[in-house]
Design a protein around this ligand. Structure first.
Ligand SMILES: [Zn+2]
Length: 377
């Protein structure tokens, strides 16, 4: 009887204690299918749910598409590192928590370094200070125009560098302007400072296909692989003058004469005593008697000799409706009909005609009307 009771107690102990322990021990030793996430040959973690991890990896990669043109065609997204899922059989306790896997995927080696622009900063000196190239500075700050940075603006000087690098290959087609060129047409009826636009230029347009590789969102490679001209530019045509005039330099060199000062300007004058208004149609340059007088520009002498109040006077026709007069000369060195070069000596300063002292009366006549000579000298 006692033996039976003992056997029953043992059986109960076996059923209640030993058997479950054996089962849980067996369960503990039992292996389940899982995946090792291997990066460049190193096992980062082991997970059971491959689908969930793939989703986490895709989310991780997608964050770098946020600043990419939605119109761009994404060709490939990958990791710079060799990434593999290796199927394994492990004990349940050897499987890592999913949060740990996500933490490792998002791990960062270097955070981006951002600075605040100060007065006087520019891409060139900032690149020097932070020991990177100007080109790299532009790559790190694609939304910043290097010519328009202002104190207070932020600038990335060192890139965000995650442990797991995301490579994105994409293609984008953009419209770009084709600049026009300017053709020049020389014209000797116009002076060197004159310019006339005969035909405005217009920019052309082209479609450019770029092949781009991004590393963690930053441009690593950018190449134009195809260009299609949609509209040709039309070149501008500009007429430029080649004609020179005498050079006015220094305080007393008026070009047409070496003078002392301007003794009377062009325009209306009120006589201080009589109060009478009188129009002075030239520029009076006080100068030493006998100083050389020079031709304003190329032309032909049409008057040379005595002319009433002007005294000894030379009138030169420069063509294109332009004439210049030189009056009160003491001596005349040219003859009517003679061709004259810019700066050629035509006579000497005097005080002939209605003149109170040695000076050159210089007149500029355009299309029959006198002009203010100071606009020509
Ligand atoms: Zn005068």
């Amino acid at each position: 009887m006692l033996k039976r009771i003992m056997a029953m107690i043992l059986a109960i102990i076996f059923v209640l204690v030993v058997f479950p322990a054996l089962i849980s021990w067996a369960d503990y030793l039992k292996k389940v299918p899982a995946y090792q996430f291997v990066v460049d040959g190193e096992v980062w973690f082991t997970i059971a749910n491959r689908g969930a991890l793939e989703k986490a990896l895709t989310d991780y990669q997608q964050q770098y598409l946020e600043k990419v043109d939605p119109e761009a065609q994404v060709k490939k997204i990958s990791f710079a590192q060799d990434v593999q899922f290796v199927p394994v059989e492990v004990r349940k306790d050897q499987i890592d928590p999913f949060e740990y896997a996500v933490e490792r995927i998002y791990a960062v080696e270097d955070e981006a370094v951002e600075i605040i622009i100060k007065k006087g900063d520019n891409f060139w000196n900032l690149a020097k200070t932070y020991n990177i190239t100007v080109a790299d500075l532009e790559i790190l700050n694609p939304e910043v125009d290097p010519h328009r940075i202002y104190p207070g603006d932020k600038l990335v000087v060192s890139p965000f560098n995650p442990v797991l690098d995301v490579m994105i290959e994409l293609e984008n087609t953009v419209l770009e302007a084709i600049p026009f060129t300017v053709q020049y047409q020389k014209n000797n009826n116009m002076f060197t400072h004159e310019k006339a636009i005969i035909r405005e230029g217009t920019e052309g347009e082209k479609e450019v296909v770029y092949q781009i590789t991004l590393r963690n969102g930053y441009q690593e490679k950018l190449e134009a692989i195809q260009e299609t001209t949609l509209k040709e530019p039309t070149n501008a045509l500009v007429r430029i003058g080649t004609r020179t005039t005498v050079y006015r330099g220094g305080r007393v060199n008026y070009g047409v004469v070496q003078g002392k000062r301007i003794s009377s300007t062009y325009g209306w004058r009120i006589h201080p005593i009589t109060g009478k208004r009188r129009f002075h149609d030239g520029l009076d340059i006080a100068a030493n008697h006998g100083n050389s007088v020079y031709a304003y520009t190329d032309g032909r002498v049409i008057e040379a000799g005595w002319n009433g109040g002007y005294g000894n006077c030379v009138l030169i026709d420069h063509g294109n409706g332009l004439k210049t007069r030189y009056a009160h000369l003491s001596r005349i060195n040219v003859k009517v009909g003679q061709k004259i070069k810019t700066g050629q000596k035509i006579g000497a300063v005097g005080s002939t005609g209605n003149s109170t002292g040695p000076h050159l009366h210089f007149e500029v006549i355009k299309n029959g009307k006198t002009q203010n000579p100071l606009n020509y000298l």
